[in-house]
Design a protein around this ligand. Structure first.
Ligand SMILES: [Mg+2]
Length: 338
């Protein structure tokens, strides 16, 4: 089975409610959808939501990267040669991880079809069912507490709370949500790089003193400040997770060699697809560090791929794959666009 052609389209899916973080506010998920078509007629599906404030990729840059640089490198290759295909995708150009992820996901989809093997088994076959948290957008504390209450009523037992735009208000937000959630709901916070290292230590210690029982804090400080991340990790009891700091396997190697964090958040759009994301998980496994599988605001094409990696790898013990539940419509069945 050889790769014959790559086609690119785009879907716009409205969100149930606006998604707000310390970095952005959006009301629609826009997803580039990629079809890698084999000479036998089979189709591998992939996707790339362009999240310019995190990856630097726009829709236009994703389309250009695939058409001009990535596709010409892999057209004609045999799908059995997965490792060489992934190397060519990676080496086609620097950066542009969303474009690489879209093609890599579609290639893995074709690979799984060729061998009649679900991808979660290819990645280790840990389990065939995973559980995700639900994200509560950044708003006034009362609005966030009401959103948290609704999520719990819908059956969610873990909530991911967006904070990071105002240190003192963030403490009020966390306290308001713990009050409505009660002791049994797991609460994790995501500051999206919003705090300075010393600010982060101050607020996290206050949360600890108030007994808010926060499971972990995601990316408290700016992405490039690995020393700042380690400073926070070293000075609080609460677990710290690297997200925007951990794009590549090389980032994970550095972060874990420094003991800069307690967990890694793996996302296909940061890693450049499943091939690199699996390497990140493998490095974490060797370091005795657990990971979360995360996502962007994207269709279920990419969520399905992320879920397969999560269900395969033993070190991925947490999931933040809630995008599918944030969308007001669902144009995807299985891993394919309807
Ligand atoms: Mg995050």
């Amino acid at each position: 089975m050889r790769i014959k052609q790559i086609k690119i389209g785009k879907v716009r899916i409205p969100l149930k409610t606006p998604f707000k973080t310390a970095l952005r506010e959006v009301d629609t998920a826009e997803d580039i959808v990629v079809k890698v078509i084999a000479d036998t007629g089979e189709i591998g599906w992939g996707n790339a939501p362009a999240t310019v404030v995190i990856t630097g990729d726009s829709h236009e840059s994703v389309v250009a990267a695939i058409n001009e640089f990535i596709a010409p490198q892999i057209i004609g290759m045999n799908i059995e040669d997965l490792e060489p295909i992934c190397q060519r995708i990676n080496h086609a150009m620097v950066h542009n991880t969303s474009a690489k992820a879209a093609v890599d996901i579609a290639v893995h989809d074709l690979f799984g079809q060729y061998y009649h093997m679900p991808l979660y088994r290819f990645f280790g076959g840990k389990c065939d069912c995973i559980t995700s948290d639900l994200t509560i957008s950044l708003n006034d504390p009362a609005v966030m507490a009401a959103d948290a209450e609704k999520a719990i009523q819908r059956g969610y037992t873990t909530l991911k709370i967006k904070v990071g735009n105002d240190v003192d208000l963030d403490l009020v937000r966390a306290a308001a949500i713990r009050k409505v959630a009660g002791p049994s709901v797991r609460i994790r916070l995501d500051a999206n790089q919003g705090w300075k290292p010393k600010e982060a230590i101050r607020i996290i210690r206050q949360m600890e003193d108030k007994g808010l029982d926060i499971e972990l804090i995601e990316q408290p400080v700016i992405a490039h400040d690995f020393d700042g991340l380690k400073f926070v990790t070293d000075h609080v009891a609460t677990d710290i997770m690297a997200d925007e700091a951990a794009f590549s396997p090389q980032d994970v190697l550095r972060l874990l060699a420094m003991h800069a964090c307690d967990f890694i958040n793996i996302k296909l759009m940061k890693a450049g697809g499943l091939h690199n994301a699996f390497q990140m998980a493998s490095i974490a496994t060797a370091s005795g560090i657990d990971c979360m599988m995360g996502c962007m605001l994207e269709s279920k094409v990419g969520i399905t791929a992320a879920a397969a990696l999560s269900a395969g790898c033993g070190c991925i013990t947490k999931n933040d794959l809630d995008a599918a539940d944030l969308l007001a419509a669902d144009p995807v069945k299985g891993r394919r666009l309807l």
